[in-house]
Design a protein around this ligand. Structure first.
Ligand SMILES: N[C@@H](CCC(=O)N[C@@H](CS)C(=O)NCC(=O)O)C(=O)O
Length: 218
C-alpha cells in the first residue's frame, strides 16, 4: 500500500503501524489508551523484516512504531508520536510542554528506552547471527548498559502512581525484559520489582496492552 494509503482509507483517524509485541509500540498504545484516543486510531501491523512492507517508505529506518496522519505524514519515533498524541488530546498529562521538568522527564524516558534498545540489540544478535558468530563482547556491552540503567532506576525510581512519558517507557522496558529475558533483572532489583507491581496496579492500560501469547517478533 502507498505511503498515505492506510491513512486515506480512514481520513478521520490515525493509523499506527505497530505489532502488538513491540515494546516501543506498546509505549504508544498505552499513551493512546490513557489519552482516550482509542477510537481514533487503527493499528495496522508491519513486518520490519519484509522489504516490501510499506513501513520502509513510511519510515526509512524501517522501525516501529510509526503513526500515519490522514495527509500521509508519517511520525516517528515513539516519543515524538506520544507528544503529538498528547497534543491531539489537548493536555500535558504525559509530558510538560516546557520547563526543566520536561527535560528531566525526557532524560528519564531516554534512560528507560535505552534499556529496551540494548535488550532489542541482544535479542537481534541471536536473530540475525548464527550461534557460533555471536559476539560475547557485544552482548556484554549491551548488558552493561542495561545493568547501569537499572542501577540508576533502583537507586531513584520515579513515582509509580504517575503515568507519564518516563514511567510508560520504564514499564515497557520491564515488559520486554520479562518477555524476552535477555537479562534476569528481577533478583537484583527489589525496589524496581515493587515499582512495577505498583505501576501495574495504578495504570490499568499496562495490563491491557500486554503482548498476546504466544508471541512472535520482535
Ligand atoms: N527509538 C525508536 C525505537 C524503535 C525500535 O527500535 N523499534 C523496533 C521494534 S520494537 C524495530 O522496529 N526494530 C526493527 C529494526 O530495527 O529494524 C522508538 O522509540 O520508536
Amino acid at each position: 500500500m502507498s505511503q498515505s494509503g492506510y491513512a486515506s482509507l480512514l481520513p478521520d483517524r490515525f493509523v499506527l503501524r505497530s505489532t502488538l509485541t513491540s515494546p516501543f509500540g506498546r509505549k504508544v498504545r498505552i499513551a493512546i489508551d490513557v489519552l482516550g484516543l482509542s477510537q481514533r486510531i487503527a493499528i495496522v501491523p508491519a513486518d520490519t523484516l519484509d522489504e516490501n512492507d510499506s513501513l520502509r517508505q513510511q519510515n526509512p529506518l524501517g522501525k516501529l512504531p510509526c503513526l500515519l496522519l490522514a495527509d500521509g505524514t508519517a511520525l516517528y519515533d515513539s516519543g515524538v508520536i506520544i507528544e503529538f498524541l498528547q497534543n491531539v488530546a489537548g493536555n500535558e498529562s504525559l509530558l510538560p510542554s516546557q520547563g526543566l521538568d520536561r527535560y528531566k522527564l525526557l532524560t528519564l524516558a531516554t534512560l528507560a528506552d535505552g534499556i529496551t534498545d540494548a535488550a532489542l540489540l541482544m535479542v537481534y544478535e541471536s536473530r540475525f547471527r548464527e550461534p557460533a558468530t555471536h559476539s560475547q563482547r557485544w552482548l556484554a556491552h549491551q548488558r552493561g548498559k542495561i545493568a547501569r540503567a537499572l542501577a540508576a532506576f533502583e537507586t531513584s525510581p520515579p513515582d509509580p502512581r504517575k503515568t507519564d512519558m518516563a514511567t510508560i517507557a520504564l514499564a515497557c522496558a520491564f515488559g520486554y525484559l520479562d518477555w524476552r529475558k535477555p537479562v534476569e533483572w528481577r533478583p537484583d532489583h527489589p525496589r524496581l520489582v515493587q515499582w512495577l507491581d505498583a505501576f501495574t496496579a495504578h495504570e490499568q492500560a499496562y495490563a491491557r496492552t500486554r503482548a498476546p501469547a504466544p508471541a512472535a517478533s520482535p
